[in-house]
Design a protein around this ligand. Structure first.
Ligand SMILES: [Zn+2]
Length: 259
């Protein structure tokens, strides 16, 4: 059999999408778990249709919120076009969770059986282009003297391992909490939402890879926003969340970013 050296066929979509590349906002939006699409070469990963559409495959609603913010802020948005079950772009290649053998309570047969060559093909075909696109955009802005703050958008399941979560919005950060502090303060003023810091996940869960790699290492202020996905399931509720997030982000930009 021919050695698998690429994960995506020529007629499949590129693994990364860049929306509004000329957007004028200092905010650079990133959505790593935007898609549930599985590359054709991976088949169904041994999962039912139901599981391939569930939160283990993607962050339902996160791309909708990202596109709304991109439009309202006139901000560049970089998002992934394939499922995190193929490769989780918010994880470095050395992390076991980059190509998870298990997600929540479900085993991923197609990941358990993946050979070292196939895993490398996923790194090269999905992770590297995504990271490259983000790094390139940051470098481009820096070269032209434009300020950048990173905002990554995610959603989480309301019930995890049988336990109901009451957090509605999680505001996550790693070692640089400047932007997260201001977003939390802003949301606490009048959103009425249950907002928690580094909840339901935090740096100890390995979820701050993008923030560290592209934000902290470049000295850029950064924050990861996690929205409970039942709040994004109907339009009225989603619009309410979107308006609060938009206000919080705008209020949290410093004078140097707004100038
Ligand atoms: Zn996510």
């Amino acid at each position: 059999m021919e050695l698998l050296n690429t994960i995506l066929a020529a007629d499949e979509r590129k693994p990364v999408a860049v929306e509004r590349p000329e957007g004028r906002s200092p905010v650079l939006l990133i959505c790593e778990h935007a898609s549930k699409m599985i590359p054709r070469s991976l088949g169904d990963l041994g999962l039912s249709e139901e599981l391939r559409s569930s939160h283990i495959a993607w962050d339902p609603g996160a791309l909708d919120v990202s596109l709304f913010l991109s439009n309202e802020l006139d901000a560049c948005l970089i998002h992934q076009r394939f499922s995190r079950l193929a490769y989780d772009c918010n994880r470095p290649p050395e992390a076991d969770s980059a190509i998870p053998k298990r997600s929540e309570i479900f085993e991923i047969p197609g990941n358990i059986s993946a050979s070292a060559e196939e895993k490398q093909a996923r790194v090269d075909g999905i992770y590297r282009p995504f990271q490259g696109a983000v790094a390139q955009e940051i470098a481009r802005r820096k070269a032209s003297g434009r300020p950048t703050v990173l905002v990554t958008l995610h959603s989480f399941t309301p019930v995890f391992k049988g336990v109901r979560r009451d957090t509605e919005i999680g505001i996550l950060h790693d070692s640089d909490a400047r932007l997260a502090d201001r977003v939390i303060s802003s949301l606490d003023r009048g959103s009425g939402l249950v907002v928690r810091r580094n909840d339901p996940y935090g740096p100890e869960d390995g979820v701050t890879h993008t923030l560290v790699e592209h934000g902290v290492r470049n000295g850029l202020q950064n924050v990861m926003v996690e929205v409970r996905n039942d709040l994004l399931a109907d339009e009225t509720s989603r619009q309410r969340v979107e308006q609060h997030l938009l206000r919080a982000i705008v209020e949290s930009l410093g004078p140097e970013e707004v100038a």
